[in-house]
Write a protein that binds this ligand. Structure first.
Ligand SMILES: [Mn+2]
Length: 360
């Protein structure tokens, strides 16, 4: 059963290898290894040939790899992984070896070149990532679970959030609730940005104490069976000055507009453009300093992107975020983010948390 599940992916990989004119494909990216074999270890080297899969691991992972993917040939290496790799490639008379240029370090590339003088190393990109962008039914179910766990954890945290708590304490409380609700961990360092720190879009929680009149940005994600969730809410303990309340209302409207544009067949850049233009009507687009969204899956940031920098036609089964923000340096920040599954007729949200600014 598992064998067939992963076998279908390996068959698609073989087709992509043929398209790229390579007879072997090498990856050391843990999410891609997991996607192709089910191996959950954080370190290893996967070599795919047209009809064989080899996982080269060190002694920490041998038993785990054999148990998790019994249909894969597991090779334990000592010293450098390149000797095991070279042995395989030479015995199979491989000449064209594809590797992922965005995933491999300069040192690893040098080691491979030194160990494989007779092999042509072909730089590839998006070979596995391109497959991973569209999720299958089983992956979508795991992502729904991740979203539910995140919602449960946030609800448990938010009713205990109080002025006088340090950002770190709020983050710790949220992360504790994630684990308690079934998460294996966080998908990134939890962001709690209060007051002026909220204007740092990726300012992770610090020892700053949250003040009663602060606007607080909370961006958090869980990891559940390898799949990530991603959600941001912005909250305050009481009514804010008029300009802040107005900016939040504009941001919420822009986020809802973005969500309403998400649908299979739509250009990802056009969704970003619609949100940017909407904020621009209120002279707020200059404070929206990052892309609108990104894909989520086995990694927290993956294909496709919703930004001005790239353009992709959205497909059913893509899982993407919609997360406009407004950041006034030295004053405050705000962001609202939901992760959704793209469908033929629109989208299915993976998060269902309140978006009201003022906590009651
Ligand atoms: Mn995000």
């Amino acid at each position: 059963m598992e064998n067939e599940y992963y076998g279908a992916r390996v068959a698609r990989l073989s087709q992509r290898m043929a398209d790229a004119n390579i007879d072997a494909f090498f990856t050391l990216a843990a999410p891609s290894m997991r996607y192709l074999t089910g191996f959950t270890g954080e370190e290893g080297f996967l070599l795919a040939l047209q009809d064989e899969m080899h996982l080269i691991v060190d002694g920490r992972f041998t038993t785990q790899a054999q148990e998790e993917c019994p249909w894969v040939d597991v090779i334990e290496y000592k010293g450098q992984f390149t000797s095991a790799l070279a042995g395989l490639l030479i015995s199979r008379r491989i000449h064209w070896l594809g590797f992922e240029k965005e995933r491999i370090s300069y040192v690893q590339a040098e080691q491979m070149r030194a160990a494989l003088p007779s092999i042509a190393m072909i730089a590839t990109e998006q070979v596995v990532e391109g497959m991973r962008a569209v999720k299958d039914a089983r992956e979508l179910e795991l992502m729904r679970s991740a979203g539910r766990i995140a919602d449960t954890a946030y609800d448990a945290m938010i009713c205990r959030l109080r002025p006088g708590m340090a950002e770190n304490e709020a983050a710790a409380l949220l992360e504790y609730e994630m684990r308690k609700a079934g998460a294996q961990g966080t998908s990134f360092s939890t962001i709690v940005g209060s007051g002026a720190r909220g204007a740092l879009p990726h300012g992770i929680a610090s020892d700053k104490v949250i003040e009663a009149n602060d606007v607080v940005v909370i961006d958090f994600g869980v990891c559940y069976k390898g799949y990530m969730s991603d959600c941001t809410r912005t909250v305050a303990f009481g009514d804010q000055p008029r300009d802040v309340m107005d900016a939040y209302a504009r941001l919420l409207e822009a986020q809802q507009l973005g969500l309403s544009r998400i649908q299979a067949g739509v250009s990802s850049r056009s969704v970003d453009t619609a949100v940017r233009d909407n904020l621009g009507e209120h002279d707020l687009s200059k404070y929206f300093t990052h892309g609108l969204g990104h894909g989520v899956g086995l990694e927290i940031h993956e294909a496709p992107r919703l930004s001005q920098g790239t353009d992709t036609v959205l497909e059913a089964g893509h899982v993407v975020t919609c997360e406009p923000g407004i950041y006034l340096p030295g004053r405050y920040g705000m962001r609202i983010e939901d992760t959704v599954i793209v469908t033929g007729g629109g989208y299915e949200p993976l998060t269902a948390l309140s978006k009201s600014l003022v906590l009651v």
